[in-house]
Ligand binder design. Structure first.
Ligand code: 4AD
Ligand code: MG
Length: 450
């Protein structure tokens, strides 16, 4: 497809050219040499291949060029593809010509151990390392799986605005900016409210984009800018919503297992648990989860007057944190959906359970292996009066929600949706230890560069 303007080959295609001459362009990943032989590990973004420069096979100038190479120098080389079981990847290149594009200065990242802060400061270069490279490829696969899943199931992609006049997920995590003569604008915490409007226009939609939370949490699971996909469906109730969430997560995981074997191997990811991620997942109500925490004497950790206090038994009505989520999930290999959370700890737009208005028709999907919350979603309040009451109760600016309330004035229907955090999902699938490793350029409270 790309052949009309491609005058060189990619390492990932090299198995097709055994015995033939190819031209590769890339960077020096590693170098060794002795006497008349130089070994270049060449990377080109699609893979790494060993290139053998034998003095007798190349011009003197080309051999001198090969000897002068440094880590991460860029070059173009030509040579014959040969099978070699001993070479990493099973193929190598017998080089016949070699040109330096740029001779790199001393590269700051070497195979020795660097500290975390050094690596994150050099994120623009760290992305070239094999682990980071593998994680980014899995990330791209997760993004593709998400789009394929929704596009293939009749959903329409509806972009939601980033600059918004109001909060969606509580007012405490808003990034604020001046907006001309119109007062304050906020970076979107979620595209959901707009997704609801487009769902009532198009039936089944999804928004897919960045979300922003000025969250003061310095955890391994929080970014201030992250990517979220948010499907929204007219006429779906909470059960339909949970079914869809399970289908999506199963699809993403199985797609990655199928297409990212090499990457998961590079990451030394034990995939046996991922293979078990098949529907149906586990489901449990919030109240049953609290009973389990009480029975198992899992405390609530709270800060009171700046001190960490453990409260036992776990009181109904409190939100779960990582310790509770991880304790619950330790027993399971596949994700679990917890549903029907207390009204008071959940967002204003969630529909109260008609059977018990103390809880809302909300659901969170928790991942196994300490993945934490992958998904948050709910059936939405579709009754005008009840929604207005919640907006007032939460002290939200009624005026800014006028358009949102219109959706309950003109042809209101039951509808539901959820948001899946891309980085939480990639972190889980890759087994990365910190969320900052699964987005090209992470934004955290203490870092905005590079
Ligand atoms: O549970 P949340 O806050 O839900 C919403 O935003 C809803 N409006 C979604 C909807 O119903 N359309 O966020 C959804 C998901 C979380 O489960 C988590 O995976 C991810 O977004 N997430 C974060 N990921 C990284 N860093 C953060 N600070 C995150 N906050 C939420
Ligand atoms: Mg949530």
């Amino acid at each position: 497809m790309l052949s009309s303007y491609k005058s060189f080959h990619y390492i990932e295609d090299i198995h097709k050219y055994v015995g033939e001459e190819v031209t590769l362009r890339g960077w020096v990943y590693n170098l060794t040499g002795k006497g008349k032989l130089q070994f270049i590990m060449l990377r080109d973004g699609t893979g790494v291949i060993q290139c053998v420069v034998f003095k007798a096979n190349v011009s003197e100038e080309a051999f001198e060029n090969a000897k002068s190479l440094t880590q991460e120098s860029s070059l173009s080389l030509t040579g014959k593809v040969v099978s070699n079981e001993k070479a990493p990847g099973g193929f190598e290149i017998d080089v016949t010509n070699l040109q330096i594009i740029q001779l790199a200065q001393e590269y700051p990242i070497t195979p020795k151990d660097h500290g975390d802060s050094f690596l994150i400061e050099h994120r623009h270069l760290w992305l070239r390392s094999s682990r980071q490279h593998a994680i980014m490829r899995v990330r791209a696969a997760v993004m593709k799986a998400i789009r394929d899943f929704f596009d293939g199931n009749g959903f329409k992609l509806m972009d939601s605005p980033i600059l918004t006049p109001n909060a969606c997920e509580g007012t405490s995590t808003l990034f604020e900016t001046e907006y001309f003569d119109l007062g304050k604008a906020y970076l979107s915490q979620s595209g959901q409210l707009y997704a609801e409007a487009t769902a009532l226009a198009l039936g089944k939609v999804y928004t897919f984009g960045p979300a922003f939370r000025a969250e003061r949490s310095k955890t391994r699971k929080h970014l201030t800018e992250f990517w979220m996909v948010e499907p929204e469906m007219a006429f779906f109730d909470l059960n339909d919503d949970m079914d869809l969430a399970e289908d999506l997560v199963e699809y993403i995981v199985q797609y990655c297992l199928k297409t990212c074997q090499k990457e998961l191997q590079t990451l030394e990811r034990d995939t046996t648990k991922l293979e078990k991620v098949r529907r149906p997942f586990h489901r449990m109500s919030y109240s049953d989860a609290v009973d389990w925490l009480v029975e198992n004497k899992i405390p609530l950790n709270k800060k009171i007057d700046g001190k960490d206090v453990e409260i036992l038994p776990f009181p109904w009505g409190e939100d779960f944190g990582s310790p509770q989520e991880e304790a619950i999930m330790e027993q399971f290999d596949k994700p679990m959906i917890i549903h029907r959370y207390p009204t008071e700890i959940k967002a204003f737009y969630m529909k109260r359970d008609p059977i018990n208005p103390k809880v809302v028709l909300a659901m969170d999907m928790l991942g196994p292996e300490r993945a934490g919350e992958l998904i948050g979603g709910s059936q939405r309040e579709d009754n005008f009066d009840l929604l207005l009451e919640r907006i007032k109760h939460e002290d939200l600016p009624e005026d800014e929600f006028k358009w949102y309330l219109d959706l309950r004035r003109y042809g209101s229907v039951p509808h539901s949706g959820f948001g899946l955090g891309v980085e939480r999902t990639v972190k889980w699938i890759t087994g990365a230890t910190h969320i900052r490793e699964v987005i090209p350029f992470p934004r955290m409270i203490y870092r905005i560069t590079p």
